[in-house]
Design a protein around this ligand. Structure first.
Ligand code: NAD
Length: 292
C-alpha cells in the first residue's frame, strides 16, 4: 500500500464498509444434518434453520404426504441438491440403518443427527393401557435409541467428531398431570443422551438436549387428541390453551418451533463446542419457578 493510503482513515473505513457488504460465510456450510420427524412442526423449523446456515439436510419421517410437501418447499428455496426426504419409521431397525447409510452415501457423510420424531398419547397412570405405554416406548424410547445408536456408529466410523441433538421435553425434567407414559419416555431420552455424551466425548461426538415447553403452533401433535386431553386436564377450553401456556411463563411469551430450532442450531454448531451432556430448556422461563 502507498504510505499515505495506509494512514488514510477514509481508505480503511471504505475497506471496512466493503467487507460488511460481502456475504458472511455460513456457519454450517459443508455439514450434513439428519433430522427425524423432519416433516413435523418442530422438525421442519429445525431443518429450515440448519439449511439457512448452509447445511445439507435429510428429513426422515413416516408421513409421506407431509414429507413430500415440506421437502419440495425447501428444495425450492435451497436447491434440490441440498435437501432430501426419506420415508422412515424410527421404530424399524432395518429402516433406520438403511436411511443412515443412504444419507452417508448421498452426501459423503453425516455431521449432525437430530432425534426429534415423536407422538403424544397420554393418560393418567391408572388409565394407561399396555398398548398406550408400548406406543410411547416404541417411537420415543426405541426410536431415539435406534437413531441415536446408528448416528453414533456413523459419526464414530467417520472419526471427525459430530453433534447429536435430542429433542426431549420439559416433561423430561418435570411431571405433567395425566401424561405419565409420555413423561417417563422423555426422561429416558434425556438420560440416554447423557450416557451417549459420556461415551462419545473421547471421539469428539457431542450429545445435547433441547427441552421445549408447549409449542402449539405448527405442531401436528396439538391438532390431535392431545389438545383435547390437555385442555380437559387443565379445566380450560382448547382455545384457551395457548394463552394458558404463555401466561404461566416468566417471560409471558409463547414458544414457537423457530425458538426450538435456535436451540438446536446452538448445539449443532461450533458455538457450543465446549458443551456436551447438557440440556437447554426453551420454555420462556417456565421451569425456573415452582410458583406457576
Ligand atoms: P409433530 O407431530 O408436528 O411432528 C412429529 C413428526 O414425527 C411428525 O411429522 C410425524 O409424522 C413424525 N413421526 C411420528 N412417528 C414417527 C415414526 N414412527 N417414525 C418417523 N417419524 C415419525 O410434533 P412436534 O410438536 O413437531 O414434536 C416434535 C418433537 O418435539 C417430539 O419428540 C415431541 O415429543 C417434542 N415436543 C413437542 C412439544 C410440543 O408442544 N409441540 C413439547 C415438548 C416436546
Amino acid at each position: 500500500l502507498p504510505e499515505q493510503e495506509a494512514f488514510n482513515i477514509e481508505y480503511w473505513l471504505l475497506e471496512e464498509a466493503k467487507l460488511s457488504r460481502m456475504p458472511k460465510p455460513k456457519s454450517l456450510a459443508g455439514r450434513v444434518a439428519f433430522i427425524t420427524g423432519g416433516a413435523g412442526g418442530i422438525g421442519s423449523a429445525i431443518a429450515s434453520k440448519l439449511l439457512s446456515e448452509g447445511a445439507c439436510v435429510v428429513l426422515a419421517d413416516i408421513d409421506q404426504v407431509s414429507l413430500n410437501e415440506v421437502t419440495a418447499g425447501f428444495a425450492k428455496t435451497y436447491g434440490r441438491d441440498n435437501v432430501r426426504g426419506v420415508k422412515m419409521d424410527v421404530t424399524s431397525e432395518e429402516a433406520v440403518v438403511q436411511a443412515m447409510n443412504e444419507t452417508a452415501l448421498a452426501f459423503g457423510g453425516v455431521d449432525i443427527v437430530v432425534n426429534n420424531a415423536g407422538i403424544t398419547i397420554a393418560a393418567p397412570v391408572e388409565d394407561t393401557t399396555l398398548d398406550l405405554w408400548n406406543k410411547n416406548q416404541a417411537v420415543m424410547g426405541t426410536g431415539y435409541f435406534l437413531v441415536g445408536r446408528e448416528g453414533y456408529r456413523l459419526l464414530k466410523r467417520q472419526n471427525l467428531g459430530g453433534s447429536m441433538v435430542f429433542i426431549c421435553s420439559k416433561n423430561a425434567v418435570a411431571a405433567s398431570p395425566g401424561a405419565s407414559a409420555y413423561c417417563a419416555v422423555k426422561a429416558g431420552e434425556l438420560h440416554l443422551a447423557r450416557c451417549m455424551a459420556l461415551e462419545g466425548a473421547p471421539h469428539g461426538i457431542r450429545v445435547n438436549v433441547v427441552n421445549p415447553d408447549a409449542v402449539l403452533r405448527g405442531s401436528k401433535i396439538w391438532q390431535g387428541p392431545w389438545r383435547e386431553q390437555r385442555a380437559a386436564s387443565l379445566r380450560i377450553s382448547q382455545d384457551e390453551l395457548e394463552e394458558h401456556y404463555r401466561k404461566r411463563s416468566l417471560l409471558q411469551r409463547s414458544v414457537y418451533p423457530e425458538d426450538i430450532a435456535e436451540g438446536v442450531y446452538f448445539f449443532a454448531s461450533d458455538l457450543s463446542n465446549k458443551s456436551t451432556g447438557n440440556f437447554l430448556n426453551v420454555d420462556a422461563g417456565n421451569a425456573a419457578s415452582f410458583t406457576r
